[in-house]
Design a protein around this ligand. Structure first.
Ligand SMILES: Cc1cc2nc3c(=O)[nH]c(=O)nc-3n(C[C@H](O)[C@H](O)[C@H](O)COP(=O)(O)O)c2cc1C
Length: 296
């Protein structure tokens, strides 16, 4: 291997380590990669499916899209313009190759630096509202990736969405199959704690400094991959501003409730619900799979 090819392979591995830090539904990290010379293919890992909560692999594909987003930002940081081809050929989702050298902008460097600090934070948030210019930047960031971020500002809409989140919690947690799939704890698997979780999440959603829904025009694997890439950029931009986010996605996971969210907010295809604000406590680091486990 020439020195240049060796450098490319080393940079790709460094960038892949960043991709592994992407958020994923229930932290299943459902991605795999194959490296061939200076290009890498992103695959969905079917062994990591969640058939009860995510029967169509919608969230699985969004998670892979988020890993793709982290990978691209990392490659930019290392001085390469990534060239991305969406393949969507079964589990084979995309091919990323190293494009021309590129001088990273300060913004790119800051986004990449945010990768290590970007964690879902389920703890309490300060009550102060999220500054409007930040919300506008997050919205523009999503749109640049062919997705939409709608901030639920209207009080009645927010209360209604909070009630839908609570209803989705009750539906999910009343279902023993959901409990078995979603919860590592024997206690949660055995007992239906739906009402308690619903009350807590309703409160969290109603009092979130900002509550936002990420949506797409259509609801196909291509759209899910784009939603994931948008999510990656939105979360890193948010982190760059010293803010945190957590997910209240149950309202999208339950099909009947997703329909109500669509109608309530007039969105084509809602994909994710995010709470955004300034966290009062640091988030716990979620365990990340080692690179060796996801290369094949
Ligand atoms: C598509 C998707 C759906 C998610 N849904 C939820 C959710 O409904 N509730 C939740 O608490 N976290 C949700 N998360 C966040 C993950 O649990 C979190 O990203 C994962 O545990 C890894 O932790 P980290 O983001 O701190 O690295 C979701 C993440 C993704 C990408």
């Amino acid at each position: 291997m020439s020195a240049a090819a060796q450098l490319d392979a080393t940079l790709l591995r460094l960038a892949l380590r960043d991709a592994l830090k992407a958020p994923s539904a229930h932290n299943v990290q459902p991605w795999r990669f194959t490296v061939r010379g200076a290009s890498v293919e992103l695959w969905a890992d079917p062994t990591r499916r969640l058939p009860v909560v995510d029967p169509d692999d919608r969230e699985l594909t969004i998670s892979c899209g988020a890993a793709l987003g982290f990978l691209q930002i990392s490659l930019l940081r290392y001085g390469y313009e990534p060239h991305v081809e969406l393949l969507l050929d079964g589990a084979r989702l995309a091919r990323i190759s190293l494009g021309p050298p590129h001088v990273p902008t300060d913004r790119t460097k800051e986004l990449a630096a945010a990768i290590d600090r970007c964690h879902a934070n389920r703890g309490p948030f300060a009550t102060e509202p999220v500054p409007i210019p930040v919300l506008v930047e997050l919205r523009d960031t999503a749109e640049a990736e062919h997705a939409f971020l709608t901030v639920v500002g209207d009080r009645l809409h927010r209360e209604r969405l909070a009630a839908l989140i609570a209803e989705a919690d009750r539906i999910q947690w009343h279902d023993p199959a959901f409990r078995r799939e979603a919860s590592p704890s024997l206690l949660h698997r055995t007992f239906d704690r739906g009402d308690g979780i619903a009350a807590r999440d309703r409160e969290i959603a109603e009092h979130a400094p900002a509550l936002a829904v990420l949506s797409t025009m259509h609801d196909q694997p291509f759209d899910w991959l784009m939603a994931g890439q948008a999510l990656a950029r939105v979360l890193l931009t948010n982190t760059r501003h010293g803010l945190s986010a957590s997910f209240l996605n149950q309202a999208i996971e339950v099909p009947s409730i997703r329909g109500y969210v669509r109608d309530l907010l007039g969105l084509a295809q809602p994909q994710l619900v995010l709470r955004i604000g300034r966290a009062l406590q640091e988030a716990h680091d979620a365990p990340c799979r080692p690179l060796e486990d996801v290369l094949f």
